[in-house]
Design a protein around this ligand. Structure first.
Ligand SMILES: Nc1ncnc2c1ncn2[C@@H]1O[C@H](COP(=O)(O)OP(=O)(O)OP(=O)(O)O)[C@@H](O)[C@H]1O
Ligand code: SF4
Ligand SMILES: [Mg+2]
Length: 332
């Protein structure tokens, strides 16, 4: 079995807003191993970004409150520590180096007033303050992410590059820290289909070469089936199903996963654009008492009165069956 790199145990994240505590992510437990690509899917507002940002403690505190749990990184070695109890200095050593991020918008990571070269070189020097051949390394990274003529492109400011090239430069910057874990939050949503495919292929190739782990958030179930080893489905701040991507595509267990897949005529299209699941995701201030999918769940609709009451009043626990995890009273 592969060595685990990140272990999340019973993690709950809330926001303190106007005197109210809003639970955005609840009782999240999962792990990622070296070389694994884990996809996180779920509709808008389900807690995908909040979860991802917590791994390197990037959420602003306040309003963020970690109400329970631990984020152990890296696991498997004696160096594993809880990110939630690290000092700011310890976290700075991890952020952008051991755990790197790629976002939908390159402008979140790329600074408009510095040339691409300076930004990537800075990450290299932070990783290794004795690095020589920084220039060669920047050129190597830019060519690796498919930027043509990297020696001249590295002199550009971000706005002088196209959206696809900016996204590649951001990936080069993320890779410059030689991360053990790359977190990519909808890295290709803003790009056209051809560039999307190239960038995903690139991330996969780098994973193959370096053995880094990848967590990728996506609305595109095609990406899940093409590149992910495992998939984690989130609904209203809960992990509702997790397992091997191929098993989940073939035989989803949770009614929400089934609804997501059947909302997409072929497993391979954007789910949001074709969203046909009736109803909406409840907001954290309106989470129901029992199962959060109750009210939209077709399985619950088919149940008798007493069975429905269990759904309405009791939060289902996450059951483990073989390599699958499912949070439902009736689908296990
Ligand atoms: N700073 C914040 N203060 C209060 N609530 C927040 C804050 N950030 C996120 N939330 C809430 O947390 C919940 C989860 O948000 P998150 O951004 O993780 O969703 P998501 O699954 O990434 O959605 P999308 O697919 O639209 O990116 C949402 O209800 C959101 O409104
Ligand atoms: S616990 Fe009930 S409402 Fe929730 S997913 Fe299962 S059947 Fe549906
Ligand atoms: Mg998001």
């Amino acid at each position: 079995m592969k060595e685990k790199i990140l272990q999340i145990e019973n993690l709950s994240i809330a926001f303190s807003v106007g005197g109210e505590i809003l639970p955005a992510v609840d009782s999240l437990s999962f792990s990622v191993s070296k070389g694994e690509i884990l996809a996180i899917v779920g509709e808008s507002g389900c807690g995908k970004t909040v979860s991802c940002l917590s791994f390197a403690r990037l959420l602003p505190e306040p309003p963020t409150i970690y109400t329970s749990g631990s984020i152990i990184f890296p696991t498997g070695t004696s160096a594993g520590k809880n990110i939630l109890s690290m000092s700011a200095r310890e976290i700075r050593k991890i952020r952008g180096k051991k755990i790197s991020y790629v976002f939908q918008e390159p402008s979140v990571s790329l600074n408009p007033v510095f040339r691409i070269y300076d930004q990537i070189a800075e990450v290299i020097c932070l990783r290794d303050d004795e690095a020589d051949d920084v220039r060669e390394e920047v050129i190597y990274l830019l060519s690796k992410v498919g930027i043509p003529d990297p020696a001249s492109k590295m002199k550009a400011y971000p706005h002088e590059l196209s959206g696809g090239m900016q996204q590649r430069a951001m990936i080069a910057m993320a890779l410059a820290g030689k991360p053990d874990l790359l977190v990519a939050d909808e890295p290709t949503t803003a790009l056209d289909v051809t560039i999307q495919a190239q960038i995903l292929e690139l991330i996969k190739n780098i994973r193959d070469e370096s053995g880094m782990a990848v967590i990728i958030v996506t609305h595109n179930l095609g990406i899940v089936s093409e590149m992910a080893d495992n998939v984690m489905v989130m609904y209203a701040g809960h992990l509702v199903e997790k397992g091997p991507a191929s098993d989940i595509a073939k035989s989803p267990l949770h009614p929400y996963t089934k609804a997501l897949i059947s909302a997409v005529p072929q497993f391979g299209h954007e789910m949001e654009k074709l969203n046909t699941i009736p109803g909406t995701v409840p907001s954290p201030s309106k989470y129901p008492k029992g199962c959060r999918f109750y009210g939209r769940c077709s399985l619950a609709d088919s149940l008798g009165h007493d069975e429905k009451r269990l759904c309405a009043e009791n939060i289902p626990i996450l059951h483990e069956t073989k390599a699958r995890f499912c949070r439902c009273h009736y689908s296990k």
